[in-house]
Design a protein around this ligand. Structure first.
Ligand code: OSB
Ligand code: MG
Length: 368
């Protein structure tokens, strides 16, 4: 198929969250999102960059991502004739996986739409619905937490992830476990602990958690290995897993027995599939993480989560858990699942009215 990129649009949108999302790395009230739109003679494609407003989850942030996409990635992507070309064209640029993933996704969407193939089919997805859960931020009180969780359980979610940090861990977990004995419960520390906290983390073993996610800083695989030997709850890594090679290293070292896959963190959907394949080959369960995406990123993540190795519920919730109005048609919970989009490419596009309402800036770069 002849495929040529003619222009790339960088668009910033600011979407208010329905409620502030607090984690050990800070609080977010508005998703300031960078969208990448690829224009070709055949049509267009969209990608979402998951970088946040501040560099608190990882080194990237939305302003840095926009600059890197415009000045360093777009000038290298023009020769791409197919999606598989993008990662190798962008490889000379060190780091910036979230910026790269957004560009790759826009190319994937444009190319797959032209080819008439859904992203899920292209990646090797095997299911049309995905089990999903909800990620619950650090609350102002135990009562506030319990009523938030009750709302999600009433909505249909059967897997709840609690954000934890030192001082907000055993108590909230015990309270939610007591009130919702049937819910699948897991926790995410975003690297907020050190090995000195092992006794507190060990106390979480008593609650039948599905997993504990990223207790220690991302570069400390050794600490995770030590903890994994002392705890019966499986250790899952998020921030530490930056590529398929790193996933293999973490698994081989016994640093984790479950892997959270986020395409933005590993530089794109093709590398995310490679992480999935490496984990499946090692019989390590994976699940799809989330970064409070709009409908653009969520659609693509649902396609990824339809692959057979994604055996644990995803951090992909319905649109109304995040936004009063999503950028796309809303994703609605069906039982405790979301449907995988069936249209070609990512299967969704931003609604013109939403773009009009939430766009804060647009820059277009034409092929020289
Ligand atoms: O660590 O999984 C994380 C959101 C922003 C940054 C990091 C994380 C998260 C979440 C939200 O937990 C999951 C979601 O998008 O629903
Ligand atoms: Mg996480």
């Amino acid at each position: 198929m002849a495929f040529g990129i003619e222009a790339v649009e960088l668009r910033r949108v600011a979407l208010p969250l329905v409620a502030p999302f607090r984690a050990s790395f800070g609080t977010e009230s508005v998703r300031d999102v960078l969208l990448v739109r690829v224009l070709t003679a055949e049509g267009e494609g969209w990608g979402e960059c998951v970088a946040r407003s501040e560099p608190l989850y990882s080194a990237e942030f939305v302003d840095s991502a926009e600059l890197v996409v415009r000045n360093h990635l777009v000038p290298r992507v023009w020769p791409a004739a197919q999606p598989e070309d993008v990662a190798s064209l962008l490889r000379p640029v060190k780091g910036h996986p979230m910026a790269k993933a957004a560009v790759e996704l826009a190319v994937l969407d444009a190319w797959l739409q032209a080819a008439g193939v859904p992203l899920a089919t292209y990646l090797g997805g095997e299911r049309d619905r995905v089990d999903v859960g909800v990620s619950v931020g650090i609350a102002s009180s135990l009562d506030a937490l319990l009523s938030t969780v009750a709302g999600y359980v009433d909505a249909g979610y059967r897997r709840v992830k609690l954000k934890i940090e030192p001082g907000w861990d055993v108590e909230p977990v015990a309270a939610v476990r007591a009130e919702f004995p049937g819910v699948a419960l897991q926790v995410d520390a975003n690297g907020a602990y050190t090995l000195a906290d092992a006794p507190v983390l060990g106390a979480l073993d008593g609650f039948g958690l599905v997993l504990i996610e990223q207790p220690f800083p991302d570069d400390d695989l050794a600490a995770h290995t030590t903890l994994a030997r002392r705890m019966s709850t499986p250790i899952c890594l998020d921030e530490s897993i930056t590529s398929a090679a790193r996933a293999v290293e973490a698994i081989d070292r016994g640093a984790c027995s479950i892997v959270n896959i986020k395409p933005g963190r590993v530089g794109g959907y093709l590398e995310a599939k490679a992480v999935h394949d490496a984990c499946v080959a090692r019989r390590v369960p994976v699940w799809c993480g989330g970064m409070l995406e709009t409908g653009i990123g969520r659609a693509a993540n649902l396609a990824l989560a339809s692959l057979p190795g994604f055996t644990l519920p995803a951090d992909l919730s319905a649109s109304d858990r995040y936004f009063r109005a999503d950028l796309t048609r809303p994703f609605v919970l069906e039982g405790s699942q979301l449907a995988v989009p069936t249209g070609p490419g990512i299967g969704v596009a931003p609604l013109p009215s939403a773009l009009e309402e939430y766009t804060t800036s647009v820059t277009t770069v034409r092929r020289p």
